[in-house]
Structure formats: structure tokens, C-alpha cells
Ligand binder design. Structure first.
Ligand SMILES: [Zn+2]
Length: 316
């Protein structure tokens, strides 16, 4: 495991000031650009029994082996990503039990991570506050969130808040080149430089390429060419692709600039000149309405058809 270079300052700060850290830390921002990687790397390094002088974990000690197998007895991870969006009070009660057990290592350090802390319910956040009011010795709780405002204020005020910076496109490009990560043309721009997506989501980008190939036809897209496979990653995902594509046409029309699909400039610009501003705006309004309910249990095929019918209406 390694962390990204844009977080090396934060990493250094944590690892050299271990004794001064407050028990609870909320790391916010840095969505999809390596926040989860950073946090797991920090935990492994804090638990490592033989940290190297460059502040990297040794990857050889018992603690590092445990960590690699996700079985470190002094580490507790709560990650409800893609599940309930609701961290229940039972989960926090189990966390309390975890802290009450004595540590397996000599220095007695115990660490818990709660990913997506905005998903704590009021009851579970209050239970967590109780733990923080009388924190066990030598423990850390790291919380992460993309929506700091949705984390209970009392919890925020008990924690140290760490804002994670976003890397610049140049930093991302340099990192991709240095590490010989294979990216398709346009993939960095489409994913908004989201490293986590780049590293894990090749299949998704392949589908984006297929979808864009059809959307480039504008008014003459064939609804019969469109398969429910376009919904393979869910309706909200498809809505996101549509929003980016139509935003690109809008941007081209208004400013002659390109953001998500720079490799398709010619097609985008020709679609822009075949569309009216009025139609682009009404499509955006429509797709925003669909986005509001896309994650709910709705008829996905019907919505796919609806979106594409609306899409065709954009063009003259
Ligand atoms: Zn180690």
C-alpha cells in the first residue's frame, strides 16, 4: 500500500506528531482522489512496529502482515460504502466493545476508521460522542466524509478537522506517467481526475466509450441500438454520463471550451451548432429532475428511454 504524493505533507504531519494528535480526526474532501488510500496507509503506518526512516511501514512485521490480511486485532474499520448509507447504533456499540478489549501490541495503540461519517444516524453519532468523551488511552478514531456539514456539529467540535486538498491535473498526469498507469484517451478528463476510479474502474470507462459513440449521432441515435447494458452500473451512473456529455455540448456552445471529452471536440462542436440553447437548458432541467429520484427503486428501462427521447429533442 502507498499513498499519493499530494498527501505527503498531511501524512508527514500525522506521523511525526503522533503524540499530539487528538483522539478523533475528521478527514474531509479528497473524494475519489485517494482519501481512502491515505487513511488506510496512515493506519498501517501508525500500527507498524518497525516504521522506516522515510516514514513508510515496513510491510514485514507482524502488524503489517495482520494489516495486509485485514485481520489486525487493534484495527477496526467501519465502511458502509455502497451499502445501507446508514451506520447503525449497533455498529457503534461493537466499536465500544472493541475499545474495551486490551491491545495486542506493546504500545497499546488501537485505531478505528469510520468511512462516510455523514451516514452516522443521530443515535449512532451520539453513541460515538460518548466514546469520545471518555476516550480509552492511546486510541485514534479517524472519520472521513465528503459532506462535513452533514456530520453532527457536536461530533465536529470534538474532533480535529483536516481538509484534504485536491491534486492539480498536472500532479495527476505526472503521477499516472511515473507509475505507468494505463489510461484511455480522455479517461482522466471524464473521471475528473478521480484516481480511485482510474485505478479500479476500467469496465466503466469502456462502457462510457460505447455510450458516447452512440450519443455522438445526436438526433439520429437509434433507440434500438441501445441496450439495457447501458444501465450496468446503475441509473445514477448513466445520468452522470449524460449530464457530463450534455454539459460538454453546452460549454462548447457558450465558450468554445471543453472539459470532460476534449478528444471529441469536433463531434461536440458540431452537435452544439445543431442545438438551441433553450433545448439544452430544458434537457438539463429534465435530467436534474431524474437525478433526484434515480437512486430510488424506479423503472430503470423506462427512464433510460425517457432520457434518450429528451436527448434527441435537443437537436434541430
Ligand atoms: Zn511493519
Amino acid at each position: 500500500m502507498h499513498s499519493y504524493p499530494w498527501y505527503s505533507n498531511i501524512r508527514h504531519l500525522f506521523l511525526t506528531n503522533k503524540k499530539k494528535l487528538s483522539h478523533a480526526q475528521i478527514l474531509y474532501g479528497g473524494d475519489k482522489v485517494g482519501r481512502n488510500t491515505l487513511i488506510l496507509d496512515l493506519c498501517q503506518t501508525l500500527l507498524c512496529q518497525n516504521i522506516a526512516s522515510d516514514l513508510n511501514p515496513c510491510n514485514e512485521c507482524q502488524a503489517c502482515h495482520w494489516f495486509a490480511r485485514a485481520s489486525h486485532p487493534d484495527f477496526y474499520l467501519i465502511d458502509d460504502t455502497g451499502e445501507t448509507n446508514n451506520i447503525s447504533i449497533e455498529v457503534i456499540r461493537e466499536l465500544k466493545d472493541f475499545f474495551e478489549l486490551s491491545s495486542h501490541q506493546q504500545d497499546g495503540l488501537k485505531i478505528a476508521v469510520i468511512m462516510n461519517a455523514e451516514n452516522l444516524t443521530n443515535a449512532s453519532a451520539n453513541a460515538l460522542l460518548k466514546i469520545l468523551e471518555e476516550p480509552p488511552n492511546n486510541c485514534f478514531i479517524f472519520l472521513t466524509t465528503s459532506n462535513l456539514n452533514q456530520v453532527l456539529p457536536t461530533l465536529r467540535s470534538r474532533s480535529q478537522l483536516i481538509s484534504l486538498p485536491n491534486p492539480s491535473p498536472q500532479q495527476i498526469k505526472a503521477y499516472v506517467e511515473e507509475n505507468k498507469i494505463v489510461v484511455e484517451p480522455g479517461q482522466l478528463e471524464f473521471s475528473n481526475n478521480a484516481m480511485d476510479e482510474l485505478v479500479n474502474d476500467d469496465d466503466r470507462y469502456r462502457l462510457v466509450v460505447e455510450i458516447i459513440d452512440e450519443l455522438k449521432k445526436g438526433k439520429s441515435i437509434r433507440l434500438t441500438n441501445i441496450t439495457t447494458r447501458w444501465l450496468e452500473f446503475g441509473l445514477p451512473w448513466f445520468v452522470d454520463v449524460m449530464q457530463k456529455w450534455v454539459y460538454e455540448i453546452f460549454l462548447s456552445k457558450m465558450t468554445n471550451r471543453y472539459c470532460y471529452f476534449p478528444q471529441h471536440q469536433t463531434a461536440v462542436s458540431s452537435l452544439a451548432s445543431n442545438s438551441s440553447l433553450q433545448n439544452l437548458l430544458s434537457f438539463q432541467k429534465k435530467i436534474n429532475e431524474i437525478k433526484m429520484y434515480a437512486a430510488k427503486p424506479v423503472n430503470k428501462d423506462l427512464n433510460l428511454d425517457l432520457i434518450l427521447m429528451e436527448y434527441k429533442k435537443i437537436f434541430n
